[in-house]
Design a protein around this ligand. Structure first.
Ligand SMILES: *[C@@H]1O[C@H](CO)[C@@H](O)[C@H](O)[C@H]1NC(C)=O
Ligand SMILES: *[C@@H]1O[C@H](CO)[C@@H](O)[C@H](O)[C@H]1NC(C)=O
Ligand SMILES: *[C@@H]1O[C@H](CO)[C@@H](O)[C@H](O)[C@H]1NC(C)=O
Ligand SMILES: *[C@@H]1O[C@H](CO)[C@@H](O)[C@H](O)[C@H]1NC(C)=O
Length: 704
């Protein structure tokens, strides 16, 4: 076995394919300055007249696109094409197979006006996005630029618009980055102005210049046309914006001018570590550049291995505030081969990695355990992961330690339950296992039971629990969760709560920072993390009063009124409770209910309205918090934006549902596309030291 592995490793070493590139990524001047507009070109697909000159298609073939290549070719040579010439490029080793595929396609083609098809080897290291064929484009009028995905995911009409484009001097295609806000175009039949297009698109041959990225192509176009326009995006009924929506949106946020990351996201100070990023390709790396660069600027040693990157080109964007080196195998490999090669590469590094960051789609990587902290993130969460760039080495090393259990408490509000579960499913969990416990009261109705039965949860296990004797709200909540270890945290959710898709970001960030970060930031007094922002204080003896943390802090001249803060009020509308404190609460409650030391009706906390609450677990939690000076962490985003909200629905505590009451408690949720807010609105763009957090008492007064 071992011998076999040695041999296969040797074989791999024989192929001296490790290509090393240097790239410079900038956080400044990412977008070239716009020339003044000249109004020289008309917008919209320009004219609807079909284009009448010669049209050349460029089709790159790679190992992974070879199987679908014949479909691409069939589309290009089909009956309704205006393509007059097809230039196929592929790496040397694929020449024979590609030639075969072409021959087969020509044989079955029914069109007598067949375009010419020629095949061109592409060297492993070409830095032009047009490949090596740009010199062959002189005799053509317009070029149809494809990437290895061909026409995949495009509607018939969009394909047609590419195969027989309308006349005009602007590049046009269904995918790209819009100039309005530098984010990915949402497919639309209305033409949208682009900073640059992504393949497939058609472009006048006169605008084709060697360029090393699609962004650079857009720059050439807008410079040549002098109208700030890198192309037009027009799509006819495509449902999928795969290229863009998922892969580019954060890249483009990143490319818009921002100050250097070191200034933006004050890194937690502390020790420095060695981080290895194992990623498939440059596109994927681009999604997490903000994170990688932030860590690089912090001073961590950052190494990037792109194991399936075939493009041997590099991108240079402006100045050099973030200078990264990546290595690549220069070709795609089977997973097993890749793992061997990655392992070899890791062994060759002079420093041992503290943290290895990879995608969770390599199942065998999970078993690869050499003592480093392995972090595996789903591809679809990468573009929401920039917040990880502020984690300190200690926090990174504890990434896999805390476990957050979700405990849902429900009875007979099926619509509410459905809404809560749907919001949970929309959450982003960054590859973490999150188990759910669904607690049903004895009196739960059939609809509620059906919803529970049908709920699918893909991030962990679902445990259901139903009472046989009605418990009432105190046991329903208090018994809904109990920690197994000191690294288990309980997110308690009554069913009238709804979550932000980013709630887990806030929870994980806060728990890593205040529980596993620097010693000075951990306090025994912190008993939980609220997802919800207080908009009212309920505990004044006179009744509810409006509460606004930002104005309170501004009044008291606190340096940054937008800081998260500590409050003694336990939140019951979406909050995580810490294990030691929850166990203590169980003991406290058992004692208190037994009336061994004092009568149940006696007050513990002077002058708070909760003394008059009956059947409330929170009343007793308030007592414990008061006796022990415990505090809960609260978010403090603009407009009360929160990671959970409460819909104030009729239930055990709420008898009717006046609009005024709903308005008093409902807060906006931080949505997925607002992920930047999570850090951007924090003072210094990261969680403050524990000592710097303002503290508010049960009735909303600031401790000074
Ligand atoms: C540019 O074109 C727009 C729309 O066609 C027109 O409203 C505007 O007056 C033009 N501007 C100049 C400077 O010609
Ligand atoms: C960017 O602008 C486009 C069109 O102007 C719009 O549809 C899209 O929602 C915007 N995206 C963001 C993230 O603001
Ligand atoms: C609390 O309840 C007591 C007895 O039921 C009552 O006398 C008192 O007025 C109530 N206090 C408030 C603030 O509602
Ligand atoms: C909160 O602080 C204020 C001002 O110091 C005080 O009057 C109030 O009694 C405190 N509330 C509680 C519940 O201790």
């Amino acid at each position: 076995m071992l011998l076999q592995r040695r041999i296969s490793r040797c074989l791999i070493r024989v192929v001296p394919f490790l290509v090393v590139f240097y790239i410079v990524f900038s956080t400044q001047n990412g977008v070239p300055p716009d020339p003044p507009p000249k109004n020289s070109t008309r917008l919209t697909g320009e004219t609807q007249e079909p284009f009448s000159g010669s049209l050349t298609a460029i089709v790159p073939v790679t190992r992974s696109s070879l199987p679908s290549f014949k479909d691409t070719l069939a589309t290009l040579t089909g009956p309704s094409t205006c393509v007059t010439k097809v230039l196929v490029t592929c790496p040397e080793p694929l020449l024979a197979e590609t030639r075969h595929a072409i021959q087969r396609a020509v044989r079955v083609a029914s069109n007598d006006q067949q375009p010419d098809i020629t095949l061109h080897p592409s060297p492993a290291s070409s830095s032009s996005v047009f490949g090596t064929v740009s010199t062959l484009l002189e005799t053509t009028d317009r070029v149809l630029v494809l990437d290895e995905d061909g026409f995949e995911g495009l509607s018939q009409r969009t394909r047609q618009s590419l195969l027989c484009p309308a006349a005009g001097n602007i590049p046009v295609g269904p995918r790209g980055v819009v100039s309005a806000n530098h984010s990915c175009a949402i497919p639309s039949i209305q033409p949208q102005k682009a900073v640059y297009l992504l393949p497939p698109f058609t472009i006048p041959a006169s605008l084709v210049e060697p360029a090393d990225s699609w962004a650079a192509v857009g720059h050439v176009v807008s410079r040549s046309l002098g109208n700030k326009l890198g192309g037009l995006i027009q799509s006819f009924g495509d449902v999928d914006s795969r290229h863009c929506g998922r892969q580019l949106s954060s890249l483009d946020q990143w490319q818009t001018p921002r100050p250097p990351f070191a200034e933006m996201y004050a890194p937690s100070n502390g020790e420095l570590g060695v981080f290895v990023f194992l990623l498939p390709s440059r596109n994927i790396m681009n999604l997490i550049l903000p994170m990688i660069c932030a860590m690089h600027e912090t001073g961590h040693e950052v190494k990037v291995m792109l194991y399936s990157e075939v493009r041997a080109s590099s991108a240079v964007w402006g100045s050099s505030t973030c200078y990264l080196q990546y290595e690549s195998f220069g070709e795609r490999n089977e997973e097993a081969v890749m793992l061997h090669r990655m392992q070899d590469w890791m062994e060759q590094q002079d420093q041992r990695a503290d943290v290895v960051f990879a995608l969770n789609e390599l199942p065998r990587l999970a078993a690869w355990n050499d003592g480093t902290t392995l972090i595996r993130i789903p591809r679809e969460d990468l573009q929401f992961s920039h917040w990880m760039g502020t984690l300190s080495l200690r926090e990174w090393l504890h990434w896999n330690v805390p476990r957050i259990d979700v405990s849902v408490i429900t009875q007979d509000r099926p619509q509410s339950l459905q809404r809560l579960l749907a919001s949970l499913s929309r959450g982003r969990f960054f590859g973490d296992t999150v188990n759910i416990r669904l607690n049903l009261e004895q009196s739960s109705d059939i609809e509620t039971i059906r919803i529970v039965r049908d709920y699918m949860w893909k991030h962990g296990s679902v445990f259901t629990h139903r009472r046989v004797v009605q418990g009432g709200l105190i046991p329903a909540v208090v018994e809904s969760w109990y920690p197994h270890s000191d690294d288990e945290y309980g997110l308690l959710l009554e069913d009238d709560v709804e979550l932000s898709p980013l709630f887990y970001v806030w929870v994980k960030l806060a728990i890593l920072h205040y529980r596993y970060g620097e010693q000075r930031d951990s306090s025994r007094n912190l008993f939980g993390v609220s997802l919800y922002q207080q908009k009212n204080t309920e505990l004044h003896p006179e009744g509810r009063k409006a509460f606004n943390a930002r104005s309170l802090f501004a009044e008291h001249k606190i340096k940054n009124p937008a800081t998260p803060y500590l409050s003694q009020v336990p939140c019951s509308w979406g909050a995580v409770y810490f294990p030691e404190h929850w166990r203590e609460f169980h003991n406290y409650l058992a004692n208190r209910l037994s009336e061994a030391k004092m009568e149940i009706g006696q007050n513990v906390v002077p002058d708070v309205r909760s003394n008059n609450w009956s059947r409330s677990w929170k009343k007793y939690m308030i007592e414990l918090v008061y006796l022990r000076s415990y505090v809960m962490l609260y978010p403090n985003y603009g407009d009360f934006a929160s990671f959970s909200t409460n819909h104030v629905e009729v239930g055990s505590h709420v008898k009717e549902r006046p609009k005024e009451k709903q308005d008093a408690f409902r807060v906006p949720l931080i949505e997925l596309d607002e992920v930047w807010r999570v850090l951007d609105e924090l003072p210094g763009k990261s969680l403050p030291p524990y000592e710097a957090l303002p503290v508010v008492n049960l009735t909303g007064f600031l401790y000074e």
